[in-house]
Design a protein around this ligand. Sequence first.
Ligand SMILES: C[C@H](O)[C@H](O)[C@H]1CNC2=NC(N)=NC(=O)C2=N1
Length: 121
Amino acid sequence: MSEVALHQQRCVACEGGIAPLDQPALKAGLNALAECWHVDTLDQSPALSARFSFRNYYQVTAFVNAVAWIAHQENHHPDIHFGYRACTVYWTTHAASGITQNDLICAAKVDALLRTEELAP
Ligand SMILES: C[C@H](O)[C@H](O)[C@H]1CNC2=NC(N)=NC(=O)C2=N1
């Protein structure tokens, strides 16, 4: 049986009553992502976070826009903190006050984005 890769899955609308992933599911999800992703805290809720370094501000802002494009496509929106040569992305599901499958999917899509040679830092 073949399972659809995380980065090829689509986010589902999440309004009220959605539960965060349990520990085993979160651990399995983290194992499927690039090593940079870890569990952090955003506004007092757990969030998947990773920091990315780039050569210059132009690359940082191109990356931020590419992540925003993913967010628009998936209707799931990260917090992004960025500066001159680095950017930190936080994926959390506000409706669940925690990390859901949507966050794993979006983090995997960011990983896929960075696997493309043209955009890699
Ligand atoms: C209907 C739609 O799924 C919700 O409004 C979405 C929009 N984007 C979202 N993004 C994030 N990160 N968390 C949410 O709970 C969320 N809710």
